[in-house]
Ligand binder design. Structure first.
Ligand SMILES: NC(=O)c1ccc[n+]([C@@H]2O[C@H](COP(=O)([O-])OP(=O)(O)OC[C@H]3O[C@@H](n4cnc5c(N)ncnc54)[C@H](OP(=O)(O)O)[C@@H]3O)[C@@H](O)[C@H]2O)c1
Length: 404
């Protein structure tokens, strides 16, 4: 796949073997630029060179560790010694480092400052001088939306990007009348190896956040640089974030970032610590409240019990004579009842006896007749069935004959 138009111009891209830097390098290659690509690992550079060569430009690889302050100077020397004039400089190499500042490694943080700040400043100075002399040149610095907010858990990284942003805007103003364009590209979270290198996998924002496509981010940066813009924030959400960062106070932004960037384990720990604290506070409050209630209610309760006793006593006192008279009346009634009922009961018993006698007397002849008739019936039955009974008794005693 060859390019339509060769530029005969060279773009130098640091961090060109991966992520946004690689995508930018591709765009330059597609547009017919020759390239100097820079990163630490030669094998990665060789692979990238292979990818980029298909567009037909000259690709030079230079392996440099830009963590080292001297590397930027060496890089410049190597490029010029090869007779290459850099018309476009892209400072894409950069790294983050995740963690609570009190626990992180200061050596690594100083290296991050060397890479993100010192090397970028050095390369910008050295190549910008040549560009001014040639009255031609463009510089694209990889800033970040991180430059707009303080970044708890990435304090050094955010600060380094704030430096890049401020520095880029300042020198842009200085060189804008000298035919040089200086542009800042501000991506938000982009799907690259950045977060692995930074050890950020546990960050809430990385676990839950949406990531931009590095190819899209690179296109935004490329377009802005070619248009001569001062900066471009890549992506609508990030644009909104930057607008908000201009409105909110730094402490609010820092608090918000703290929540977005804290590790998930931190979130759980925070939650359980918060819950525990809330429960302890509630238990304490309940205990305190109980004590107050006990203290205040005890005399009231005592008074209630006392009043109840008094009332019972008064009731008992008032009810006693009433109860006594009731019992007395009950006894009297009982006596009267018994006296009045006695002759009535006697009369009833007498009448019951008379009635029994009358019934017995009247039923007696009828009963006799029934008994006589029953005895007669038995006699007749016995006489009629006697011969049949005899035959049956005889059959039962004689053996049975079986015919074969
Ligand atoms: N990804 C994001 O969410 C994001 C957001 C905003 C801004 N940015 C910025 O965009 C830039 C590119 O990052 P990326 O996301 O594309 O990361 P990346 O995929 O990790 O790419 C980083 C590139 O820089 C090179 N590099 C790293 N350390 C270096 C060193 N000490 N010396 C020389 N080269 C080095 C890497 O190659 P080697 O490791 O082989 O050296 C690689 O080519 C960075 O400046 C970053 O701060 C990224």
């Amino acid at each position: 796949m060859k390019v339509l138009k060769k530029q005969n111009k060279t773009a130098l891209v640091t961090g060109a073997t991966s992520g946004i830097g690689l995508e930018l390098a591709k765009l330059f290659a597609q547009d017919g630029y020759d390239l100097v690509i820079v990163s630490r690992k030669q094998d990665a550079l060789d692979k990238t060179k292979e990818k980029l060569e298909k567009w037909g430009g000259n690709i030079t690889t230079i392996s440099k560790d830009l963590f080292m302050p001297e590397s930027a100077f060496e890089l410049y020397e190597e490029v010029t010694s090869k007779g290459i004039t850099v018309t476009i400089l892209v400072n894409a190499a950069g790294q983050g480092y995740y963690g609570e500042f009190i626990n992180t490694d200061i050596r690594r943080e100083l290296s991050i400052i060397n890479l993100n700040v010192c090397s970028l400043v050095t390369l910008t100075k050295l190549f910008a001088n040549d560009m001014v002399k040639n009255k031609d040149g463009k510089i694209l610095n990889l800033s970040s939306v991180a430059s707009k907010t303080p970044g708890p858990f990435q304090s050094v990284y955010h600060a380094s990007k704030a430096f890049v942003q401020s520095f880029t805007e300042a020198i842009r103003e200085e060189v804008k009348d000298k035919g040089i364009v200086v542009t800042a590209l501000l991506p938000g979270m982009t799907n690259t190896d950045f977060f692995n290198k930074a050890g950020m996998q546990e960050a809430k924002s990385v676990k839950e956040g949406e990531m931009a496509d590095p190819a899209e981010v690179a296109k935004d940066g490329y377009k802005a640089l070619m248009a001569g813009d001062d900066k471009v924030v890549s992506g609508f959400k990030n644009k909104m974030r930057v607008v908000m960062s201009n409105i909110l106070s730094d402490s609010m932004l820092a608090g918000n970032m703290y929540n977005r960037q804290k590790p998930e384990s931190h979130t759980e720990a925070d939650k359980s610590t918060k819950e525990k604290t809330e429960m302890t506070t509630m238990a304490h409050k309940k205990q305190g409240l109980n004590k107050i209630v006990n203290k205040k209610s005890q005399p009231v309760l005592k008074a209630i019990v006392h009043k109840k006793d008094e009332l019972n006593k008064a009731m008992y006192r008032k009810a006693k004579p009433v109860l006594k008279s009731i019992m007395h009346k009950k006894d009297e009634v009982g006596k009267v009842m018994r006296k009045k009922a006695k002759p009535v009961l006697k009369g009833i018993v007498h009448k019951k006896e008379e009635l029994s006698k009358t019934v017995h007397n009247k039923a007696k002849p009828a009963m006799k007749t029934v008994a006589q008739k029953k005895a007669l019936l038995h006699k007749i039955m016995r006489k009629k069935h006697k011969p049949a009974m005899k035959t049956m008794a005889h059959r039962k005693s004689s053996p049975v004959l079986v015919k074969h």
